[in-house]
Design a protein around this ligand. Sequence first.
Ligand code: FAD
Length: 316
Amino acid sequence: MAEVLVLVDHVEGEVRKSTFELLTAARALGEPSAVVVGAPGTAQGLSSALAANGAEKIYVAETDRTDFLSPQVDVLAALVESASPVAVLINASADGKEIAGRLAVRTDSAWLNDVVAVSANGRVGATHSVFGGAYIAQAEAKTEHPVVTVRAGAIDVEAVAGAGTEERVEVPAAAGRGATVQSTEPITGGDRPELTEASVVVSGGRGVGSADDFSIIEGLADSLGAAVGASRAAVDSGFYPHQFQVGQTGKTVSPQLYIALGISGAIQHRAGMQTSKTIIAVNKDAEAPIFEIADFGVVGDLFQVAPQLKEEIAKR
Ligand code: FAD
């Protein structure tokens, strides 16, 4: 069976959940091969989790190179040439999209972006959720080995063990044309899960009213082990930092559970969260559009509802 390359997204010695989703998606197209690119010694701690989640082969490309994202592009381009995979799957994060765009140009391949499902029917097919989830679009790659960036949270992980056979890969020397990264500092919400990876997201909108009162959103999020998100109105009002904005011009999330408090549900906000599996909305306006897409709705004041919710959760 033909190979499907999956670029492994890892941080601090752990494989991100989105990679397991890619390994699951890859099985619809062929045999998943994980590609680990990182500093020497990186793969050691990742291999067992990759094998347990379906990697038949694990390409290990370890390097001291620090030129931003270029090692990933170089390694994948070399593997596309040598392994001739059915497709290359990459997480649709900001970095993933940059790698994908560069790789597609380098390998003269199609790029299917922000995909929520993949299929094989002679060619590689992709499903996109567009216009805030109002339409489902089907696309098909017309080139060999297309690059496919998959939306985090869109695929349910099915852990089927793979052989996990390791193969060392030469990392090409830096071409010297790119920038060099001096240092990187991940911006996270402290101990909270990364927004696009979290299985639960609690978001606040303009209805929260102030930066100080966002502690209510954070408190509820912490009781659920959730990430915190915000609407653009909340961000623009200075209630919460921009990197937590959900929506068309923010991050796209697709968690198991999305709780929206004091968010009206504008189309641009929905664009970033409409594919969440279960949506709960708390809004004091019964006519707020967020209720159109909510699975459960509470018409009420978030300052009363959120603390009660937190208290109930603490009892369990
Ligand atoms: P509002 O629309 O003001 O809604 C606040 C809600 O809180 C109301 O429904 C109100 O009833 C409720 N409320 C108030 N007090 C309480 C209370 N005490 N308890 C319970 N409920 C209460 N928006 C995004 O979110 N993300 C984006 O990425 C984004 N991109 C955009 C891109 C473009 C090009 C444009 C034009 C707009 C974009 N927007 C985006 C903005 C979007 O159109 C909305 O303006 C924004 O989502 C509104 O945020 P909100 O729901 O928090 O605020």
